[in-house]
Ligand binder design. Structure first.
Ligand code: HEM
Length: 427
């Protein structure tokens, strides 16, 4: 085992809140610069005192400020919103700020659509995620995870995020889509730019966001066109040739779906893996328990990692009629934001919610969404990636641990870790 001072700063040991409920401004960038413990404390206060509350919107330079939004913080209410898709629609946007409808579909594809278009597109893309494809991917995940561990093993230390956590989902989604290995790096940079908007390290302007989206879109169109003519054994070929009711995906639809897939495939699972490693460092008893009996806790540990990490912090809907939610009146046209991070710590649903427990049972977390038509298409793939990565890490680098506080992404949407050093006994 290596020696050296043990790093011992639990990220969410004790939520704290020095704000009064009236001072919690979820639409203020300053709130999202607070450490996790303060954010957790603020959401706990909202759940207790004002579970559905109104907030002013973020201000972006050069864009008009939006009308404000309702914040839904309790598990029960998030569940209701997610499962009532005719009352709470996605077609007017699934993030807080407003974008013109063309841009919503350009960037968000099906995530910003409602039935019947959403249903049709989802049926089509399901053809790319058949049991056969998923079975093939499973072998690929194992092989890639081994290679990633092989590459760092002799060094004894590395950046956990870029060299371990991010590498796996990037390679898997790119390989599934049939993207050549030389292009992985560029795809990764572009997805970082899209989900890093708001964090000055990645992008600061709408122009930069648009440029990244456009580059991905054109890349996808070229790839799609090529596979339409010369199909191969990848999901791009399957998707370009799939039909529902005699209709195929247009190049435009494929381009937008490609953006959604590479962004969703890259930026979520890697944060689950990073937060998972951090949690296993912070909770050594849980780690020993898992290491002693990997198979027994495999499924429950993966679910707990996703609950703990909650890589996607929110999605938004828009009310189509006047209604009442959690005792609060909501008007037709109001924006309604589901805070998954808060629902996943709701003490009414999860006993001892700030405890990381790899055997938590039941664990009805909503990290992949709270059900309904948009439930995460990649949930099984993500579960598989997380399970295999930790199996390889805990078996082959059994003393791996995080050695400094994570460098967090500034975002109200992605619970992201940008960098985080780790060390282990070199092989
Ligand atoms: C731990 C990893 C992941 C998390 C936490 C996550 C989370 C989510 C969430 C919260 C939603 C919205 C659900 C809703 O509105 O009901 C979603 C949708 C989606 N996810 Fe994931 N995701 C993950 C991994 C992936 C991966 C690996 C892929 C791709 C292969 C993927 C593809 C998608 C797609 C395409 C949608 C939109 C589905 C629709 O609109 O019908 N996700 N995900």
């Amino acid at each position: 085992m290596h020696s050296g001072a043990a790093y011992n700063v639990r990220m969410i040991a004790a939520p704290r809140c020095e704000l009064s409920v009236d001072d919690i401004r979820l639409g203020d960038v300053a709130f999202w610069t607070l450490p996790d413990a303060d954010r957790e404390g603020a959401f706990a206060l909202l759940r207790r005192e004002r579970p559905v509350s109104w907030h002013e919107e973020f201000e972006y330079p050069g864009l008009p400020k939006g009308p404000g939004f309702w914040s839904v913080t309790r598990w029960e209410d998030v569940w209701t919103v997610s499962r009532t898709p005719d009352l709470f629609v996605s077609g007017q946007g699934s993030n807080i700020g407003d974008l013109p409808i063309e841009l919503l579909e350009f960037f968000g594809s099906m995530i910003n659509m409602d039935a019947p278009r959403h249903t049709k597109l989802r049926l089509l893309v399901n053809k790319g995620f058949t049991p056969r494809t998923v079975a093939r991917v499973e072998e690929m995940v194992r092989e890639r995870a081994r290679r990633i561990v092989d590459a760092v093993a002799p060094r004894g230390a590395c950046d956990f995020v870029s060299e371990i956590a991010a590498a796996l989902p990037l390679e898997i989604i790119c390989e599934m889509l049939g993207i050549p290995a030389d292009d992985y790096r560029r795809i990764f940079e572009l997805t970082n730019t899209i989900l890093g908007v708001g964090d000055p390290e990645y992008a600061t302007t709408i122009e930069e966001l648009m440029a990244a989206g456009m580059e991905l879109f054109q890349y996808a169109q070229n790839l799609g066109r090529e596979r339409l003519e010369r199909p191969r054994d990848d999901i791009t070929s399957t998707l370009m040739h799939a039909e529902v009711d005699g209709e195929r995906l247009s190049e435009q639809e494929f381009g937008s779906f490609f953006i959604l897939l590479v962004v969703a495939g890259n930026e979520t699972t890697r944060n689950a893996i990073s937060h998972g490693m951090k949690a296993l460092t912070d909770w050594p008893d849980e780690r020993r328990r898992w290491q002693a009996n990997y198979e027994r806790y495999r499924a429950s540990a993966v679910e707990e990692i996703v609950r703990w990490a909650t890589p996607v912090i929110h999605f938004r809907r828009t009310a189509t009629r006047d209604t009442v939610l959690g005792g609060q009146e909501i008007k037709a046209g109001d924006k309604v934001v589901m805070w998954y991070n808060s629902a996943n710590r709701d003490e009414a649903k999860f006993p001892d919610p700030y405890r990381f427990d790899i055997a938590r049972e039941p664990n009805e977390h909503i990290g992949f969404g709270a059900g309904g038509p948009h439930f995460c298409l990649g949930a099984n793939l993500a579960r598989r990636e997380i399970a295999v990565m930790f199996e390889e890490l805990l078996r082959r680098l059994p003393d791996i641990e995080i050695t400094a506080a994570p460098d967090m992404l500034l975002s109200a949407f992605i619970h992201g870790i940008k960098r985080m050093p780790c060390r282990f006994s070199a092989l």
